[in-house]
Design a binder for this molecule. Sequence first.
Ligand SMILES: Nc1ncnc2c1ncn2[C@@H]1O[C@H](COP(=O)(O)OP(=O)(O)OP(=O)(O)O)[C@@H](O)[C@H]1O
Length: 256
Amino acid sequence: MQEQGKESSTDSQNKKKENNLKEKKDLICCHDAGLGYENKSIIEHFNFEVQSGDYVCVVGENGSGKSTLLKTILGLIKQVSGEVVLSDDIKNGAIGYLPQQTQVQRNFPASVMEVVMSGFLNQKKRFTFYRNEDKKRAIYNMKRLGIESLQKACYGNLSGGQQQRVLLARALCAARDILVLDEPVTGLDPMAAAELYDNLHKLHQEGMAIVMVTHDLKSTVHWADKILHLSNGSYFFGSVHEYMDSDFSDIFSIHS
Ligand SMILES: Nc1ncnc2c1ncn2[C@@H]1O[C@H](COP(=O)(O)OP(=O)(O)OP(=O)(O)O)[C@@H](O)[C@H]1O
């Protein structure tokens, strides 16, 4: 008999097949876009797309425009020129975002449950209260990440790895098709970082699209389908295989 809560390998393979058979849907499309601020583009003539089920790693030097891209995807700033098309779900807030954590956030004096539930706030334009189904979904997401027992714990008292899992559960409350992460392993020890990558891999296998800004391409390139590398106004966007063959990949010495 199959243990409750655990998935057999056949279930997991079937789920993967189902996801592969599902038609790919465009989530984010940038056509000849200029991304930047106040009519000044930092990235010009930018063509980029994310489809359902993609795993995209975003890399680049400091100041190359990674955060500017994320802000555009999250709908916080508008493109300076060209076209950026976001799916209706994304426009309505169904995008899970795991921001870089600041020291103040690390000491946040709220319970784990409160932090996870706040993931619904983005979609709460029409609701002033949480629904029962929100609570059920929050608990489901905590279970997915193995932190259900921490519900009542104070977020500020958790380890860095536990905090990232809580923030991932929070992001999942908003996410329908896509998770966006900004350097999610900053400050984590190697074991906690590996755990986080495993969880992302699991979510990706379940059909979630992942867009992750990272300085740790060596550890993440195995999971990714596509790489976006921003560099002084130019960029590379393509499959991991194409990236490995390009001059852009030399910077990260990921060939060894
Ligand atoms: N609000 C803003 N208004 C005007 N220019 C900005 C604004 N925010 C960032 N910039 C400029 O845009 C450029 C790209 O910045 P961005 O933060 O996107 O880079 P990044 O790749 O995320 O860098 P890092 O790796 O250091 O986080 C920089 O020159 C920065 O000074």
